[in-house]
Write a new protein. Structure first.
Length: 276
């Protein structure tokens, strides 16, 4: 196999005296060169979204300097490989003229999911949802405590605990956190709440990130304090129509009744019930 000379640039300094293997079947260690079409992404890896602009910038760097750091892979079958670390490099290389890519086989005593998560954390920030779900996966897979996992990934135990708690966020709020509209502090104050727990004005402020954590916590506390009679009336109304309801009113007695449904079928059922 004729190997692009750019592939080897800088590898000796990165890998010391590791043996460079041209025949991937000869050993399961050392540097190997794999045809790019034989490498496949791992669908279980934590990062799900990639910044196209950054991938394009990386591709330009690879065209100029070559791929100076190898991928980490595991064998998918006798001729194909799955990525463990280096998906950004692999994606960028696909828009270059490179035909083969340098790679290292992951030792069998290492956990591919741990290595993949660590590589992603160290190279580029994961989205909150990606990082939290990866932590949850490792805890369920290997029965780790939060403290044990913190030592493995190099994050504090409190960081992992707080992040896992955010998996209970309502999807609307989780998306706002993922997109940087609200902070971790806002998100912690919103755990256990839904958009229906806030009036329209406050909800709009949350969506555009125009509310402080302190004000959000204060509103949350007020929102959860209801008069016993109001709670009773809401329950009676919900039991009567078969759907969750919410009653709100102001000091003058003006207010509204909300009925919550989850799909069009439920909507049609409610409308027909009210008509009859």
């Amino acid at each position: 196999m004729v190997v692009n000379k750019k592939l080897g640039k800088g590898l000796s300094s990165l890998l010391g005296n590791k043996e460079i293997l041209q025949d991937k079947k000869s050993e399961d260690k050392g540097l190997i060169f794999i045809p790019i079409e034989k490498i496949f992404r791992d669908e279980t890896q934590p990062r799900k979204e990639f910044n196209k602009e950054k991938i394009d910038e990386l591709a330009q760097s690879i065209k100029k300097n070559g791929l100076i750091q190898p991928l980490i892979v595991i064998k998918k079958d006798i001729d194909n490989f799955s990525l463990v670390a280096g998906e950004r490099r692999w994606r960028a290389a696909q828009s270059t003229d490179l035909k083969v890519l340098p790679a290292l086989l992951l030792p069998k005593d290492l956990d591919k999911d741990e290595i993949s998560l660590i590589e992603n954390i160290q190279r580029e920030d994961l989205k909150v949802s990606e990082e939290a779900k990866a932590y949850q996966h490792l805890i369920e897979k290997n029965n780790y405590t939060h403290q044990e996992l913190s030592k493995i990934v190099g994050k504090s135990r409190s960081h992992i605990t707080n992040l896992l708690r955010l998996l209970d966020l309502d999807k609307v709020f989780f998306d706002l956190l993922n997109n940087g509209k609200i902070s971790m502090g806002h998100a912690r104050a919103l755990v256990g709440k839904t958009p229906n727990d806030f009036n329209e004005d406050i909800l709009n402020k949350i969506k555009i990130g125009n509310i402080s954590v302190r004000n959000l916590e204060t509103y949350k506390n007020k929102a959860t304090t209801k008069e016993p009679n109001l709670i009773y009336e809401e329950k009676m109304l919900s039991d009567t129509i078969g759907f969750k309801t919410k009653i709100t009113y102001n000091k003058k007695g003006k207010g509204n009744i909300k009925i919550f449904y989850e799909n069009l079928e439920q909507y049609n059922f409610i409308v027909n019930k009210l008509k009859n």
